[in-house]
Design a protein around this ligand. Structure first.
Ligand code: MV4
Length: 480
């Protein structure tokens, strides 16, 4: 592979280009009219405009991207995450045009994209599943019967959903029919597919996922877990590796289960198997994400493996040369997603220009971003500004580094979720590791964030005053 096109923008486009460059592979950036001056365009060896600002007219135009790739003699396309990364038709279109899609085969994407098909695929692999039904349910009466067998609360999920979209919790029998009707109509309008299924609702789970890599020679390896329980409205806020609740035995069991999930769909490349872990440390397979994930850096830091490099090697047909038994967890990594959002105002997107943009630097700090000082943040795309990642020998060290890094991150012109991230890192529940997917709902209020921010402002004012007084003393020394 001599030249790859990155069908994405922002931090992930840059992240992929860095590894391609390291491997001596030329890169092609694609960009929308809104991204003409974006850093990912300048970093590439070649670049091509693919359309108007709106994603539908640019980054989602698979046909246009392939057309440009053919013109520029591109050997492979890396889709990043989001956009076309889990689009089975796009993967197929690449295959048809003799361009290597750096990811799994379209068949695996399709299978894991449909949650019922995914359940069907893993059926014979002895993977722990949440109690429930593994087929579409449409009849509300039948649903009520299933619910009473499983026991309340139940969760109705859309087969075509995922990432929390189209889920409805039902607490009692009398609400089943109404919620079923709503879930079906929601799924129909959101995904064009009204199929829903029913699971027991695990009330306070942790969200833990396993990174896997599979090659075309039959090797499948796992790269340990990422703990992603700190979320806000199904949007991950903090991710870390390792998880503070997994024992070596449980990690091994989940790792082996994840490998089996990958095998069940004939997986190729980098993927993530999501699990729920309940308060008794039972784990259940949820779904498989058939892409490189936003939070992959924490795995890279604790394993020492460049996941993008592995993706490219696998796509070239090479075998993974790493052995499972040689993999070891080293240290602890935490990632904070920094969004251009107003945490004081219901996390509304904060639009504007990055008048000041200074990232923290130092040992154990990694910032993956796609912006620079003076840039306006386009309103058309995801408002994630960067990923702030810290790495230490211990969890405590990584948390402390994170707090310091947040303090040294200077952004002016737009509001960011940095204060919210600091609130999380300073919270007792987070520090002790005693939290679940309801962390934000349970502990976060605007009032608490304000108190934390005001206390800090007071402290800063006091320090300022003290410095001022010291300065005054010095100035009062009379000159002879
Ligand atoms: C669940 C669940 C509890 N019980 N399924 C969320 C995203 C998608 N991957 C599946 N998700 C969940 N599925 C059962 N049977 C809890 C989640 C879940 C969640 C649910 C509500 C609010 C926040 C959540 C965060 C992570 C996972």
């Amino acid at each position: 592979m001599k030249k790859i096109l990155i069908a994405n923008r922002g931090e992930i486009a840059i992240r992929v280009m860095k590894t391609a460059r390291k491997m001596g592979i030329k890169t092609v950036a694609v960009y929308s009219e809104a991204d003409r001056n974006a850093p990912h365009v300048r970093l590439a060896d070649e670049s091509v405009c693919i359309g108007e600002a709106s994603s539908n007219k640019s980054y989602l135009r698979g046909d246009k991207i392939i057309q440009e790739a053919l013109k520029l003699n591109v050997d492979g396309i890396h889709p990043g995450y989001g956009f076309l990364s889990e689009n089975a038709s796009f993967a197929e279109l690449c295959e048809k045009n003799n361009i290597i899609f750096i990811g799994p085969k379209s068949k695996s994407i399709k299978m894991m994209g449909d949650k019922l098909a995914a359940k069907e695929a893993v059926k014979d692999y002895n993977i722990p599943m949440v109690p429930g039904v593994d087929r579409a349910v449409t009849n509300p009466n039948e649903a009520a019967e299933i619910a009473s067998q499983i026991g309340f609360p139940i969760l109705i999920k859309a087969a075509a959903g995922g990432g929390g979209k189209g889920m409805r919790i039902v607490e009692k029998e009398t609400a089943v029919k109404e919620q079923m009707e709503r879930a079906i109509s929601e799924a129909t309008s959101a995904f064009g597919d009204g199929a829903v299924f029913i699971e027991k609702y695990i009330t306070s789970p942790r969200h833990i996922e396993i990174q896997v890599l599979a090659d075309s020679h039959g090797n499948v390896l796992h790269f340990f877990e990422r703990e992603c329980s700190v979320q806000r409205r199904h949007q991950k806020v903090v991710e870390e590796a390792p998880s503070s609740i997994l024992t070596c035995e449980l990690r091994e069991q989940m790792g082996q289960a994840a490998i089996k999930v990958a095998q069940s769909c004939d997986y190729l490349g980098a993927g993530t198997v999501e699990f729920l872990v309940d308060n008794k440390l039972n784990f259940y397979f949820l779904e498989m994400n058939t892409r490189l994930q936003v939070e992959h850096p924490v795995t890279e830091l604790i394993s020492g493996i460049d996941l993008v490099e592995q993706q490219i090697k696998i796509a070239r047909g090479e075998a993974i040369t790493i052995k499972q038994e040689d993999l070891k967890i080293n240290g602890h990594a935490i990632e904070l997603r920094v969004y251009a959002e107003d945490s004081m105002n219901d996390f509304l997107p904060s639009i504007g220009t990055l008048n000041t943009y200074k990232i923290p630097v130092g040992t154990g700090i990694r910032v993956d971003d796609g912006f620079e000082e003076g840039m306006a943040i386009p309103i058309y795309y995801d408002p994630m500004l960067s990923k702030l990642i810290t790495y230490g020998k211990t969890r405590e060290e990584a948390i402390q580094l994170m707090i310091e890094a947040i303090n040294n991150y200077k952004v002016e012109g737009v509001l960011t979720t940095l204060p919210f991230g600091k609130f999380v890192c300073e919270h007792e529940a987070f520090r002790s590791g005693n939290f679940d997917t309801h962390f934000v709902k349970n502990y976060y209020t605007l009032e608490k964030l304000k108190v934390a921010t005001e206390e800090e402002a007071k402290l800063a004012a006091l320090i300022g005053l003290k410095i001022y007084i010291e300065d005054q003393k010095q100035l009062r020394i009379p000159a002879k």
